[in-house]
Ligand binder design. Structure first.
Ligand code: COA
Length: 330
């Protein structure tokens, strides 16, 4: 029996216009540009200011751009998966809102929660629908409006994140290009090293949760840093070894953009030189599920047909993983 393979056939993105620079943050919290740049690699991030717009809006814009670039009409889409931790509502899902916004009347849609690994988890889930023959055209979106869950008085978290969305179209590959392998891992973070304490069923919104600023991201940066560095480097090496890839076989590493030092450590472990690593954390910060498709969008003109690419992410949960694909857009 022929094994079907899914491949990325189009890429789209959305970034809000407003730039929040490190210098802007100096006026808001006790921090400075030098500290942020040297500890994280971030220079500025985008913030979605419009009160009436959120993750579904950014996702729909990214999806529309991907579809238009390939000349695919929304009615042809079978499935939409949105990786996000900042859905417009707890329910309905952001993916359902996107389905309506773009007019994908024949698609079913759901969200997937895997924090910064959301795009990679969604990508492999979507790929499996193509591989099984259950879907022909799948939209995978990674999008987060992190500014909606940031405490802009907490310097340890508010400097790290930004807003943005990226989308890819998955279709069946007719050749050897496409998504070849994926590895995912999870480890329940019962110590709550990276989480949003309230707003879920354990601590529903109340006067107290609002007063205690529990609806915002909390992170033990140092312990997450250690885990993320190890997790992302290990899984990237794991997928190279599993697929018998040497460093010279890999054209690009597309890493989740949480911290430049984590990215550097991953590339070093894989034996890759800096020119092979996509880095845009300086411009956008950590857009959570948005980082990897935003990299693919920024680099799409430089990607060559048939090149080996490794995508890697680590995030809250904990969740982490890597995907190996051969670029399939000519
Ligand atoms: N500006 C200036 N100083 C700051 C600061 C800021 N924005 N944030 C923290 N500091 C201070 C701390 O208070 C601390 O001071 P102290 O030594 O007097 O206590 C000092 O800087 C060092 O803090 P530390 O947390 O050890 O810094 P770090 O080198 O670990 O960098 C992070 C902090 C958050 C950048 C880093 O831990 C990190 O990137 N963690 C992982 C983030 C991540 O990947 N998250 C998402 C998972 S995908």
């Amino acid at each position: 029996m022929d094994v079907k393979r899914a491949k990325i056939t189009a890429v789209g993105h959305y970034l809000p216009e407003h730039r929040l620079t490190n210098h802007d943050l100096e006026k808001m919290v006790d921090t400075n540009d030098e500290w942020i740049r040297t500890r994280t690699g971030i220079e500025e991030r985008r913030i979605l200011k419009d009160k009436d717009k959120a993750t579904a809006f950014m996702s729909a814009e990214a999806a529309k751009e991907a579809l238009e670039s390939k000349g695919v009409s929304p009615e042809e889409i079978d499935l939409i998966i949105v990786g996000t931790v900042t859905p417009d509502y707890l329910f309905p899902s952001t993916a359902c809102l996107v389905q309506e916004k773009i007019g994908a009347t024949n698609a079913f849609a759901f969200d997937l929660s895997a924090a910064c690994s959301g795009f990679l988890y969604a990508l492999s889930t979507g790929a499996m629908y193509i591989e099984s023959g259950r879907a022909k055209k799948v939209l995978i979106i990674g999008a987060d409006k992190m500014s909606s869950i940031l405490d802009f008085t907490d310097r340890s978290t508010c400097i790290l994140f930004g807003d943005g969305a990226g989308a890819v179209l998955l279709e069946e590959s007719e050749d050897e290009t496409g998504i070849i392998d994926y590895i995912h891992h999870s480890e329940g973070d019962t110590n709550c090293s990276l989480y949003q304490p309230a707003g879920g069923s354990l601590n529903p919104a109340s006067k107290e949760t609002v007063e205690n600023m529990e609806h915002f991201v909390r992170q033990d940066g140092r312990s997450v840093f250690k885990k993320a560095t190890m997790g992302m480097a290990d899984v990237s090496l794991e997928i190279m070894e599993k697929n018998k890839l040497d460093p010279e076989d890999v054209a690009w590493l597309v890493p989740h953009q949480a911290n430049l030092r984590i990215i550097d450590a991953t590339a070093r472990r894989m034996g890759l030189s800096n020119e092979k690593v996509m880095i845009n954390i300086n411009k956008y910060g950590n857009t959570t599920a948005g980082t990897i498709p935003l990299c693919l969008y920024d680099w799409k003109e430089q990607l060559n047909y048939g090149e080996n690419i490794i995508l890697a992410a680590f995030g809250g949960g904990f969740t982490w993983g890597a995907t190996y694909l051969k670029w399939g857009i000519k």
